[in-house]
Design a protein around this ligand. Structure first.
Ligand code: DAS
Length: 356
């Protein structure tokens, strides 16, 4: 058994033991809620305002007060890490959040963490934390599609389910989870599939991990790629991340944006190609030149599902490109940023895309 696997197994056993002891003592789990903003903290002008409201207005203490039932499922503490609409999430926010999560989970009196978050970039934050949290304890990210002031606001029930899930021993070792609308998604594979409906978070082809029902988590599968306690990435000493940008593929595209990103100093480029990561004749020369200039190139796809196959739509071996496997472009960007904090070797980076 490798050291990472041993460390991960140890982390899971420790987290399970802590959770089991709490359960045996009929003690409620200790769950910390880290609030970051978003619609779950949003307010609208009227109870029927479900678009055109203001995100990131309500503080964490008010979010907790609005759901008194939380006290039945966990001992809850709240921290306002920052208060933003998540379209404004930055690498600095991610580093601050990951460091705080790791500090808290290292404490024996913290059994799990819930992060309240805007829905626009939940899938990115979830994957970033999936790669940087150094614990097997549950981390659950939750949001809402209707502001707190709306009729049938979904935030309160989503928060209740998220806290229940974060305190559940069944969530130990499952990686970072995203739970809204009574569903449980894996941070690696979840994506937002609808601009405005409550059931927007899905894992289109690989499916949910399970459901929240009757105050309990019901799991039916788990992710086999490495995450959390098994991660080799360490952000504790990082105060920035390498610049990686995304270039979008479409009919009649061109290399103007690509050249601008490279000129601006991008260390990596994700190409969200059409189909199986195909490169147009207009774009390919720019990517080849960028690679020759030392920029890491990852072929991803705008399609959103399926494997981008190595040496399929381009001769990756000859061009020294990396392929994103099943990661969409926004998630491939996160893995490449973290990979570049450890290596610029394209073969080592390709291995990381087949590992996480
Ligand atoms: N602007 C959106 C965000 O903060 C609101 C939301 O859906 O949470 O992600």
């Amino acid at each position: 058994m490798t050291m990472t696997k041993f460390a991960s197994a140890l982390a899971v056993c420790t987290a399970l033991l802590t959770s089991a002891v709490a359960f045996a003592q009929d003690k409620l789990p200790n769950v910390t809620i880290l609030a970051t903003g978003g619609t779950i903290a949003g307010t609208g002008a009227t109870s029927t305002t479900t678009i055109g409201y203001t995100a990131a207005k309500v503080g964490v203490e008010r979010l907790i007060e609005a759901v008194p039932e939380l006290k039945k499922v966990a001992n809850v503490k709240g921290e306002q890490v920052f208060q933003i609409a998540s379209e404004n999430m930055t690498n600095d926010h991610w580093l601050k959040l990951a460091k705080r999560v790791n500090e808290l989970l290292a404490q024996s009196d913290v059994d799990g963490i819930v992060i309240t978050h805007g829905t626009d970039t939940i899938e990115e934050t979830a994957y970033f934390l999936n790669l940087t949290v150094k614990s097997a304890k549950p981390v659950v990210i939750v949001g809402a599609m209707r502001p707190s002031t709306a009729i049938s606001a979904d935030g309160p029930v989503n928060l209740y389910n998220a806290v229940t899930l974060a305190g559940s021993k069944d969530a130990v070792g499952k990686g970072v989870l995203v739970s809204l609308n009574d569903q449980i998604n894996a941070g690696r594979d979840v994506t937002k599939t609808n601009t405005s409906t409550a059931d927007t978070f899905r894992t289109p082809e690989l499916g949910f991990l399970g459901y929240m029902q009757d105050n309990k988590a019901h799991f039916y599968r788990q992710v086999i790629r490495k995450h959390t306690a098994e991660t080799e990435f360490d952000v504790s000493k990082l105060d920035s991340l390498p610049q990686v940008d995304i270039v979008y593929g479409y009919a009649n595209n061109n290399r103007v944006a690509l050249d601008a990103f490279v000129k601006a100093g991008a260390k990596g480029i994700i190409h969200a190609g059409v189909g199986d990561g195909s490169l147009s004749n207009a774009m390919k020369p720019g990517l080849v030149e960028a690679r020759k200039a030392g920029v890491l190139i990852v072929r991803s796809s705008r399609v959103g599902n399926g494997i981008v196959a190595r040496n399929g739509e381009a001769n990756d071996d000859e061009l020294d490109f990396v392929v994103s496997d099943t990661l969409n472009a926004q998630k491939a960007r996160i893995l490449l940023m973290l990979a570049l904090t450890k290596t610029t070797d394209s073969k080592a980076i390709q291995k990381l895309f087949y590992t996480y």
